[in-house]
Write a protein that binds this ligand. Sequence first.
Ligand SMILES: Cc1ncc(COP(=O)(O)O)c(C=O)c1O
Length: 335
Amino acid sequence: MFDFRSDTVTRPTQGMKEAMMNAHVGDDVYGDDPSVNALERYVAHLTGFEDALFVVSGTMGNQLAIMSHTHKGESVLMHKHVHINRYEVGAISLLSSVYPKLVENKVGYLRKEDIIQNFTPDNIHFPKITTVVLENALSDGRVVDISTMKDVMELAHEYGYKIHMDGARLFNAAIALNTDIRTLIGQADSCMFCLSKGLGAPVGSMLCGSKAFIAQARRYRKMLGGGLRQAGYLAAAGHYALEHHIHRLKEDHERAQKITDMLVSFGYEVLTHHRDINMVFFKLKPHQDEQTWIQKAKAFNLILSGSSYGWMRIVTHLDISDEALMHLQMFLASL
Ligand SMILES: Cc1ncc(COP(=O)(O)O)c(C=O)c1O
């Protein structure tokens, strides 16, 4: 079966399995798992942050970041569409006791003017904004250009805000923007990226920041039950992914472009301007029923997901080959 639902569905490659089998492990709660320590050092060096922390998921990394940057009763500024607001079970309210200040605009991400418009004066009636959340790539498959990110970060720091960057697909964004991840991260105070998405590791994300920030996040990770023991087997998979799978992400983007062209040629409405990374968003034709469409696709060995916010999504990844695209084409031609 060719699974187009998400880039989270990949299975470890043979090389990755060997790296896991051969990993030297210890007990990461005691801080003596050599494979986890090696991964954290490697990521700190790669991103330019002082330190890094291996966490079980992107959601955990984001939540630890908000917990570590904020205090109870403060406010966090973010665009309404960011993952932290939409898809993390509202956890910042519960875990950090902070108030999400949500921005809505036409572009779908924070700009300098949004920071200005949402500035709240120091007044006892208002929660104080202390942290800003940025996302790149966006969950809708687009990337935000470097100059917009730079302007927002500069102003946010002028206002004294901390910046957390959700870079679940950081490497996809860097490739799409033809830049390196350090430029993309810019002045962010912390950054999370996922090993378990396009990079193809089975589990894990990295949270990066200063030594003091990571020390605090490590404590909260333990509090949430995220202190793992022989985590080195998983860290080895992530480390392998970083060393072997970054360069191939551009193939996923190219295949996503081919799928975009294919859908357009079959008369589907496609968000062509959203196709920056490995995701394609489109609408079924008015006479097509979503569940029937998904069922029919199974006969062509395709696993497809249903719509979200009105749009269907197809995602390319490590396990999507040109053969998978041929199957998709045959399915579309059969309708
Ligand atoms: C932008 C973004 N942030 C965070 C996450 C959360 O990652 P995880 O599924 O590992 O919790 C996702 C997952 O798709 C995402 O797209």
